[in-house]
Design a protein around this ligand. Structure first.
Ligand SMILES: Cc1cc2nc3c(=O)[nH]c(=O)nc-3n(C[C@H](O)[C@H](O)[C@H](O)COP(=O)(O)O)c2cc1C
Length: 355
């Protein structure tokens, strides 16, 4: 297959791949810049940045300063486009969006709840807004709301399927029926949902699909089915440029299919993670009890949450597997070595061209 570029308005992406945002310091500046330098788009995840202890007394300022630091670091490593991923359920989402724009970020990606108010947070019409959806219905609702309230549409839509890592936009019930909610089934729905808005706004709204994409052939199949590009995250954890502790990457390399489980996250959504000592301590009720002074998530039910997810993900980033929650996509069990971003994208490119 001849590799088609991905164009998001005036942003030209030679290799049609977005590295998905991975929160709590899994996708930082170094990884994001490396992906952009190889012709894709790298993404800094804005959730869980900065010192968690300092956050307890000054959450908004610590998060904002840490995001500014990552954006400036990325810009010192690449001249190309970098995206920032901002989870809609964050209590400081608006501040993080506005900080990103102030720092010159041109692509804002937002999911984990429907980002219905995203356009009102961004005055600058040249900033690209990319909502993440898990169904045609969600895409339709977001685009209809944006059209009606803000006379604005999405610059691209990211479809995240049920095999993705981190928080998932599906119920447990839906996740038990993979054939009904596969990317192959969902992609035509989302393509149909964007169509009326492409017509109304007279421009293409590229749909980028991800969740379990592992090879160049997987990307090729999505492109043939009408996607304009793919989003991948899990494979980027096992790259040299990903800045998590070696124990985090080793957990991916050691994971077998049965070790990858679905959990109920305190965020209020299902999530996918590697079953480890930490999850056993939750099951056995021996984990530290939750104490939360700063309310980073609007949806976290403190009365019922068994643990602080920000703290558990941060422990994993630091390599503490007794206290760490290791988020991953379903295909983490297929990883068997650490490579550079350059090697990974060269492999995908070769496979895509050979398809
Ligand atoms: C460790 C990890 C953390 C993630 N964190 C976030 C996040 O903070 N925000 C978000 O929108 N998606 C998050 N995701 C989802 C990814 O951005 C991506 O869409 C998805 O994992 C793609 O599927 P793949 O991992 O199979 O390639 C995360 C995924 C992983 C593996």
């Amino acid at each position: 297959m001849k590799i088609p570029p991905l164009d998001i308005g005036d942003i030209h992406v030679p290799f049609p791949l977005i590295q998905g945002g991975m929160g709590v310091r899994v996708s930082l500046a170094r990884l994001a810049a490396a992906v952009t330098n190889e012709g894709g788009i790298g993404t800094i995840a804005s959730v869980g940045l900065g010192d968690i202890e300092k956050s307890k007394t000054d959450f908004d300022n610590v998060s904002r300063d840490a995001l500014v630091y990552e954006i400036r670091r990325a810009k010192s490593l690449t001249d190309g486009p970098i995206a920032v991923n901002i989870m809609g359920v964050l209590s400081n989402a608006r501040d993080l969006v506005q900080t990103s724009v102030r720092e010159g970020i041109k692509l804002i990606v937002s999911g984990a709840s429907l980002p219905l108010k995203l356009p009102e947070m961004v005055d600058d019409a040249t900033v690209k807004l990319l909502p993440i959806v898990s169904s045609g219905r969600a895409a339709d609702l977001i685009l209809r709301t944006w059209d009606k309230r803000y006379a604005r549409t999405a610059d691209a839509v990211i479809l995240e399927g049920p095999l993705a890592g981190g928080h998932l936009g599906f119920s447990f019930e839906q996740l038990r029926q993979p054939e009904k909610f596969s990317l192959e089934v969902l992609l035509p729905e989302v393509l149909a949902a964007v169509k009326p808005f492409e017509k109304k706004y007279g421009r293409k709204i590229p749909v980028i699909a991800g969740g379990g994409v592992f090879t160049g052939a997987d990307i090729a199949r999505l492109l043939q089915a009408g996607a304009a590009g793919a989003q991948m995250a899990t494979r980027f954890v096992c790259t040299e440029e990903c800045e998590v502790a070696p124990e985090f990457k080793q957990a991916y390399l050691d994971a077998k299919e049965d070790d990858i489980v679905l959990i109920q996250s305190p965020v209020g959504l299902p999530g996918r993670a590697i079953h480890n000592q930490f999850l056993r301590s939750i099951e056995n009720d021996t984990a530290d009890r939750l104490s939360c002074p700063y309310r980073c998530l609007t949806t976290c039910n403190i009365a019922e949450a068994r643990y602080c997810i920000a703290k558990a993900l941060s422990s994993a980033y630091q390599g503490d597997m007794e206290k760490g929650l290791v988020f991953c996509g379903q295909n983490a069990c297929r990883l068997n070595k650490i490579v550079t971003v350059k090697e990974l994208i060269a492999e995908l490119r070769t496979e895509l061209e050979a398809y």
